[in-house]
Ligand binder design. Structure first.
Ligand code: NPW
Ligand code: ADP
Length: 525
């Protein structure tokens, strides 16, 4: 894994331990610990510097019995040499009361002029949590010293906040919340998902030379969406593009009861760059869509079945009324053009059956289901899969996606996308400004646009006798979620807070993505 990848790819804590094993056997352990401790000390110093001079401050570390504590002790020794008063607080003791901790680490700290205490001094400006790292097993009960930290002290976790499972993000028992975490070898999944994500603060990965040893299979990695990845998944239109080569999105959304969903989904698709949008729905919603988007096509059944590159089905359908008929209409259209993609959102998540998903998989139709947490729980109950009830959110998504052959985009403060072969992406750019009714409808439309552009690009390449470069569906879904998340931030910055204005912000973010790509001279789709 390159140093750049280190920032964009996470693996399980257990995978990092496995990667370390051959290096430890080769005697590289002390050198790796020194590198880890040096980086930890540097980050601690940077956090202190942000508040004032480093020399003269007090830094304490809560020190556990393993190598995590060893890292913390060596880091304190480095800080001591920068004029910091360094205090080690052991949290485990032998029967005779002697601290159980890394002997060489303590010797290094003592030699540097550090001291030991039973509690974190009130003067400590920063506390390093070196109690437990990837060796955490069972449950944690926080020791008394971890319960009595100075109110204003910054907490910096060494590798992983103690109590957090570095594989899954699960907290077993208690955990210590960190303001920042310096993590070694690779980003760990448990710092990015589940409770771990909320407890780790800002996460800084540090290279300690494990790159070649880390797993490369997509199913063992979690990729973080960033601008470059999004541009690769959703490139600017080619100079000779026409409306159909940019992708036609058909939208089966909205009903007389929920007409706004049709408008928001169509807006999401248009602002994320669709060449054409065709709204398939009743007159009441058609009129609203046309009022907002005169460029949209409208009809009851949607475009001719061979025209749509992606279908967006579900937002605002009225399950009391004709939702099932419209859903089945979408599936019939897809049966005639199986290479078109399907976004199943909202009501479609309540209607879709295992047999339908199987048929779509056999036909080769890319399918993305877009549940929020509540819909995800219901989906798993209605369409079970072995392993899909795991506490580990990523493992549950992988198990379900593999069993049902569909990509899942799980919405929330952090959005995960997972496809059947286990490839998984995380979008961590969203903020609570998106927690408003209707923002999911905009996302469904945007996802339709990104998938349609990819389908259209691949059809075109095939017609030209070229092999279309495959973009994983999970990467396409993450691209849409990233644009949507950035749009939320953009409009919050602009002081606009309603869902109605979100599509325009999405358009601005998409345009900027493509313009920056042009300036780099790197993109042409
Ligand atoms: N390997 C390397 O070269 C490098 C590793 N690095 C660093 O090492 C860290 C991993 O170190 P590690 O393997 O020593 O495990 P670690 O997390 O310190 O704790 C293990 C000890 O804690 C205890 N314990 C466990 N569960 C507990 C519980 N629930 N409640 C209470 N106690 C519990 C248990 O002790 P026991 O109870 O068995 O006596 C166990 O022995 C890693 O995160 C990184 O920081 C870096 O320096 C880079 C180089
Ligand atoms: N706290 C949050 N931080 C970031 N994004 C959020 C947060 N809460 C919700 N979102 C995002 O807002 C959108 C809400 O979608 P959804 O629940 O389907 O709403 P609706 O059905 O009303 O359209 C999703 O994209 C989700 O990821």
């Amino acid at each position: 894994m390159s140093v750049e990848e280190l920032r964009r790819v996470a693996v399980a804590g257990s995978a990092v331990r496995a990667a370390e094993a051959p290096l430890l056997a080769a005697g590289r352990g002390p050198a790796m610990m020194r590198d880890a401790a040096w980086a930890l000390a540097e980050h601690a110093a940077a956090l202190l510097r942000a508040r004032g001079p480093v020399a003269g401050t007090t830094v304490a570390a809560l020190v556990g019995p393993g190598n995590n504590g060893g890292d913390a002790l060596f880091a304190l020794a480095f800080l001591r040499r920068r004029g910091v008063a360094a205090v080690a607080v052991p949290v485990r003791h032998d029967d005779d009361g002697a601290p159980r901790w890394h002997a060489e680490g303590w010797a290094a700290l003592r030699a540097a002029g550090g001291r030991r205490a039973d509690a974190v001094p009130a003067a400590a400006a920063l506390v390093i949590d070196g109690m437990l790292g990837t060796g955490f097993a069972g449950e944690l009960t926080l020791p008394p010293a971890a319960r009595a930290l100075p109110r204003d002290a910054v907490v910096l976790a060494c590798d992983v906040p103690s109590g957090v499972d570095a594989d899954t993000g699960e907290v077993r028992g208690e955990a210590l919340r960190a303001d920042a975490t310096v993590t070694f070898g690779a980003l760990k999944t448990g710092l990015l998902v589940g409770e771990g994500a909320a407890l780790a603060g800002e996460v800084h990965p540090v290279d300690i030379g494990l790159g070649p040893q880390l797993p490369t299979s997509p199913a063992a990695r979690l990729r973080l969406a960033d601008e470059a990845a999004v541009r690769a998944a959703h490139p600017a239109p080619a100079p000779d593009a026409h409306k159909y080569t940019r992708g036609l999105v058909a939208v089966a959304a909205g009903s007389p009861r929920y007409p706004g969903a049709a408008v928001l989904s169509c807006s999401g698709a248009l602002h994320a760059g669709a060449g054409m949008v065709h709204h398939a729905g009743p007159e009441a919603t058609r009129d609203r869509v046309l009022a907002e988007h005169p460029e949209a096509l409208v009809s009851t059944e949607g475009p001719a079945p061979d025209r749509a590159d992606a279908w967006v089905a579900g937002p605002g359908l009225d399950t009391q009324d004709d939702a099932r008929r419209r859903w089945e209409g979408v599936l019939s259209a897809l049966a005639e053009r199986p290479e078109a993609a399907l976004v199943a959102d909202a009501s479609a998540l309540e209607l879709v059956t295992a047999a339908q998903l199987r048929a779509l998989r056999e036909a080769g139709t890319p399918v993305v289901l877009t549940p929020h947490a509540g819909e995800w729980a219901r989906l798993r109950e209605r369409l079970p899969a072995d392993g899909a009830d795991a506490a580990d959110p990523l493992a549950a998504l992988r198990a379900w996606s593999a069993a049902h052959g569909a990509t899942v985009l799980l919405k929330g403060p952090r959005t995960l996308t997972v496809q059947p072969d286990g490839e998984a992406w995380l979008v961590a750019d969203g903020g609570p400004e998106l927690a408003m009714g209707g923002t999911g409808d905009v996302l469904a439309g945007a996802l339709g646009a990104v998938l349609a552009a990819d389908v259209a690009r691949r059809s075109r390449a095939r017609r030209a006798g070229q092999a279309p470069g495959p973009v994983p569906t999970a990467a396409l879904a993450a691209a849409a979620a990233w644009l949507h998340a950035r749009a939320g931030a953009e409009q919050a910055r602009a002081g606009r807070l309603t869902t109605r204005t979100l599509p325009a912000a999405l358009g601005a973010v998409t345009a900027r993505l493509w313009r920056a790509g042009d300036e780099d001279g790197r993109t042409r789709g």
